[in-house]
Design a protein around this ligand. Sequence first.
Ligand code: MD6
Ligand code: FE
Length: 181
Amino acid sequence: MRPGQTPGGRPMSVQTVWLGIRWTSEGYRRESSAGVVVPQMPEALTSLAATAIHDVSAMTEHLRFDEHGNPMTESFSPDMALVNFYDHAAKMGLHQDKDETCQAPIVSLSLGDTAVFRLGNIETKNKPWQDIELASGDLLVFGGPSRMAFHGVPMTRPGTADPALGLSGRLNITIRQTGLP
Ligand code: MD6
Ligand code: FE
C-alpha cells in the first residue's frame, strides 16, 4: 500500500491499492508505470457490485437506467477498484469523484473499524451534509442524483472492528466504472 496523493498533489493519510486500472492525480491510466503493480480486478468484486446494482435498481427509480436510458443492470460494467486503508488517524477530506467519464454508480464496501461518512451536497463543500456511520460489512451504492455529491471521512472509530477480522483499522473498497475505452 502507498500513501495516495490528493488532486492538488498533497499526501493523503489513507493508503491505497488499485485493482484493474491505475489512478493518478490526472485521472485513470491503463498504461503501466515503472515500479507500479496493478493486480487484476477480482471477479468476486465485479459480481458483488453487479448484484448490488441489481438489488438497488429494484428499490429506487434513480438507479434503474443509466445516463443513456439503458437498464443499469445491463450497462453497469465496473473495471477497477480502489482499496483504501485507514489507520486510526487517517481521514479523507470532502471531495467529488469526477475522474470517471461516465455516470455509473460507485459501489462502496466497508470493512473493519466503523467510519463517519459525510455525505454533502452537489454544489459546495459546505453544509448541508449528513453524517452516516458505515460499519463493517456495510455496502453503499453511490449514484443517481447523489453521484456528484461532495463526501469524505472526517474520522473513523478506532477499535470498533470485530477482532475476529484481524484488522486494526478500516478498509474501504470502491468498485468503479471508469468509462475508459
Ligand atoms: C470511504 N469513500 O468510504 C471513502 N467515493 O472511505 C469514497 O470516497 C467514496 O465511498 C465515491 C463513492 C463512494 C465512496
Ligand atoms: Fe470518493
